[in-house]
Design a protein around this ligand. Structure first.
Ligand SMILES: [Fe+2]
Length: 179
């Protein structure tokens, strides 16, 4: 087999490949959950959520492919079994229940936020520990997409009423002053 010679040690490459496989596993669990809720959702917001989740499914599908192919570009092999994904994933499945639409939105928002927190740590490690700026940049792009997807979901469950001062309930529009 041709040797991979891209300026990273074997240890650095395999360190990054491990992180990418962990992210890939979370993406796989999330795409399954997203599609399931696309199918299951009912209620007055059916059409909006059904379509939003199809859009997010399509974006996740692109990102799954890009992540797996980046693992190959680094000389590794992506995890490709349901069992393997379950072992490495940090987000959890909710088997055998059918929540209300709002609960579906909250669960998916939480999953995106979990992935964002993982990615933030993985970006740091790719850069600081493994000196792979390419993978750090790739994961930064993924993180930004999840931030947008999480925002869309959170916005769905935020209240529409404003408080007396024009703020949204629970918003932090004013800077916090540290004494
Ligand atoms: Fe569909």
């Amino acid at each position: 087999m041709a040797k991979v010679n891209i300026g990273l040690t074997e240890q650095q490459r395999y360190g990054v490949i491990d992180l990418l496989n962990r992210d890939l596993s979370d993406l796989y669990l999330l795409i399954i959950k997203t599609k399931k809720y696309h199918w299951d959702v009912v209620g007055p917001q059916f059409r909006t959520l059904h379509e939003l989740w199809q859009e997010q499914y399509d974006a996740l599908s692109e990102n799954i492919d890009a992540t797996a192919e980046r693992i190959r570009a680094l000389g590794g092999y992506p995890v490709g079994t349901a069992e393997g994904f379950l072992q490495l994933a940090t987000i959890r499945e909710h088997a055998n229940d059918l929540p209300l639409a709002t609960e579906m939105v909250v669960r998916l928002a939480n999953d995106h936020e979990q992935i964002i927190r993982n990615l933030r740590e993985h970006i740091d490690r790719c850069s600081q520990e493994f000196h792979d700026e390419g993978s750090a940049d790739f994961l930064t792009g993924l993180m930004e997409q999840h931030e947008e997807m999480a925002w869309m979901l959170r916005s769905f469950v935020e209240g529409e009423q404003l408080e007396g001062n024009g703020d949204r309930p629970g918003s932090q529009t004013k800077p916090t002053v540290n004494a």
